[in-house]
Write a protein that binds this ligand. Structure first.
Ligand code: MLT
Length: 426
């Protein structure tokens, strides 16, 4: 293979270096293109643009491969804890027993959140969307830990704090929406069990964490932990590239994740299923509507994926977890029956198979969260808890490799220079 690609513009030729990754992914390096030719490139949605080189996550959309630091998602989901995966993503290697004890122990010790943050939370309207409070409160943490922006090199402490406190803050929204007293964390519990305790335990009765539920949550969080340069992750890197502190950068990532085209998709899935139920629950009618999307305008949420062309490896794993959770909890929910009907159609109907409209990770995660009793408007919060180590790892890598500030260009399409007309003459 040649080391250069050749570009010919206006009769002049430019040699653009080829960059190759460790998994043989290839790119054309245009770093010097504008300086040498005066041209920039346009790539709406950055579909063909490698914004960075990264050693964290490898994803092959055609083959359905997702690896974190060289370990397959299948292996990690089956064998690791979420915090082991978090350590792997952030520090590059799986932790030794000692490293894990230190990391996990530090996270346990930092789960409590400053009461001042809680006072801010209490100022929000009771029915605030949990993603609105989550992104605001994460940003507010920078005010409580000013050493995060005072140029001190202590990001490890903030990494621990964020991992420890995000589930605590997330649980507040649920408790308040239910009108129940908030639970303080219990630091003798592991990460997932502690979150379930903060969410579901009530002072009036004994709460025991169901191991099937804790294990499903562990799997879900691992599956969400990183996904290379998607909308929220690139946002975290872009915000962080201005030297903004970790809390503000992660808060920006949470906001990016909120949108229905990104992390909000799992909420859309359940809302779609509820709408089908409210309309009589006729799955076949909606399958026909999806097939005739051009005329009906109906869009199936939770099917297909922007980068996975054949299947989403996370969906395969999560489907198994969904089946286990539903069987264990014996959930009898008409919305989940509708979900099964859609899944069945999508996996067997030629129309869906031909268009690669397979149920994706959002479809199954929505189903599991609903079965666990997590309210729909908190689904994206669950995604954020899972994605946090990935965002942190990407922020840390961006800082460590001293990436320049993100500063895209544009092609201007507005008015050319014109003379100012005073207001009385307009
Ligand atoms: C993700 O996990 O971030 C989503 O699947 C979105 C994406 O990667 O584009």
């Amino acid at each position: 293979m040649s080391d250069f690609a050749e570009l010919s513009v206006e009769g002049k030729k430019y040699q653009l270096p080829i960059v190759e990754g460790t998994e043989a992914e290839k790119a054309i390096d245009i770093n010097k293109l504008r300086d040498e030719s005066g041209y920039i490139t346009i790539d709406s949605g950055y579909k063909n643009t490698g914004a960075t080189k990264s050693a964290i996550t490898f994803l092959d959309g055609e083959k359905g491969i997702l690896n974190y630091r060289g370990y397959s998602i299948e292996d990690l989901a089956a064998k690791a804890t979420f915090l082991e995966v978090a350590y792997l993503l952030i520090y590059g290697e799986l932790p030794t027993t000692e490293q894990y004890a230190e990391f996990e122990g530090a996270i346990r010790r930092h789960t409590i959140v400053n009461e001042g943050v809680r006072t801010i939370f209490e100022g929000f309207p009771v029915n605030s969307h949990p993603m609105a409070t989550l992104s605001s409160l994460v940003s507010s943490l920078s005010a409580f830990y000013p050493d995060s922006y005072e140029g001190k090199d202590n990001s490890d402490r903030h990494i621990i704090r964020l991992l420890a406190k995000l589930p605590t803050i997330a649980s507040w929204s649920y408790k308040r929406a239910m009108g129940h007293p908030m639970n303080y964390p219990k630091n003798d519990l592991d990460y997932c069990s502690n979150f379930l305790h903060m969410m579901f335990s009530l002072p009036v009765e004994k709460y025991e964490v169901d191991p099937v539920v804790a294990s499903a949550l562990n799997t879900l969080l691992i599956l969400h932990a990183d996904h290379e340069q998607n909308c929220s992750t690139s946002t975290v890197r872009l915000v962080g590239s201005s030297q903004a502190n970790l809390y503000s950068s992660i808060s920006a990532g949470i906001s990016a994740l909120w949108g229905p085209l990104h992390g909000g998709a799992n909420q859309e899935v359940i809302e779609m299923l509820e709408a089908i139920k409210a309309d009589g629950g006729d799955v076949s009618k909606y399958i026909e509507m999806a097939k005739n999307a051009k005329t009906t305008g109906f869009r199936l949420f939770g099917f297909g994926h922007r980068v996975y062309k054949n299947f989403d490896p996370r969906a395969k794993i999560i489907k198994k977890a969904a089946d286990e959770v539903l069987a264990k909890l014996g959930v009898n929910d008409p919305v989940l029956e509708i979900a099964k009907g859609l899944e069945e159609a999508a996996l067997n109907d030629e129309y869906f198979i031909a268009r690669k409209l397979y149920p994706n990770v959002d479809f199954y995660s929505g189903i599991i969260y609903r079965a666990l009793g997590i309210p729909t408007n908190m689904f994206t919060v669950m995604f954020a808890i899972g994605r946090l180590p990935g965002w942190i790892a990407q922020w840390k890598e961006m800082r460590a490799t001293k990436e320049p500030i993100g500063r895209p260009r544009q092609i201007y399409t507005g008015a050319t220079l014109r003379e100012f007309v005073s207001i009385e003459n307009r």
